[in-house]
Design a protein around this ligand. Structure first.
Ligand code: HEC
Length: 151
């Protein structure tokens, strides 16, 4: 019997396993990536799209952008206070899990080196003060502080 196909299959499985382990390890603050992805599908992607690309009209893109808010003063608070985040019907633990996942999944490259994942306690405090009509102005002010970014 030729053992080669078996060896190849075993190797492929090992590679897939290692890749999954790396992804999980590299998402501090995400206790359940599968849960986060399913929450994103149910609660967020209708507006932000499955690939985080948003649309050119009113729903902003996440991919390549969302973590930039963490680079400017006030941006971290803003992310926890936009209505789509603050008012979603998920508990604080699941929402913190989802927020951290969203940042890694869609904009890992713009995460500050010293990024500290959102905790449920922080999310709980932020979502108690959801932004209302003033959010467009707040957002504009934050985007203006990001160098060379247009979105
Ligand atoms: C009804 C459409 C809608 C849904 C659903 C929605 N969002 Fe949003 N989201 C927006 C819009 C529009 C903005 C821009 C700020 C604003 O006007 O609220 C935004 C802004 C954001 C921001 C700030 C970044 C930026 O570019 O402004 C984050 C982070 C975010 N949403 C995450 C989420 C997550 C996570 C969910 C699911 C729990 C979600 N959103 C659900 C429409 C939506």
């Amino acid at each position: 019997m030729n053992a080669r196909p078996l060896l190849v299959a075993a190797f492929a499985l090992a590679v897939v396993g290692a890749a999954q382990a790396t992804t999980e390890e590299a998402m501090p603050g995400v206790y359940d990536a599968r849960q986060a992805h399913s929450d994103y599908k149910l609660k967020c992607q209708g507006c932000h799209r499955p690939d985080g690309s948003g649309d050119a009209l009113s729903n902003p893109p996440m991919n390549g952008h969302v973590a930039r808010f963490l680079q400017v003063p006030g941006g971290r608070e803003f992310l926890g206070r936009v209505p789509g985040v603050a008012t979603v019907d998920l508990d604080d633990v699941r929402l913190a899990n989802l927020m951290n996942w969203t940042l890694y999944r869609f904009d890992r490259e713009n995460l500050p080196d010293d990024f500290v994942p959102y905790s449920a306690t922080e999310i709980s405090a932020l979502r108690k003060r959801p932004l209302r009509a003033e959010r467009a102005g707040v957002r504009e002010g934050l985007v203006a502080q990001m160098s060379g970014v247009k979105f």
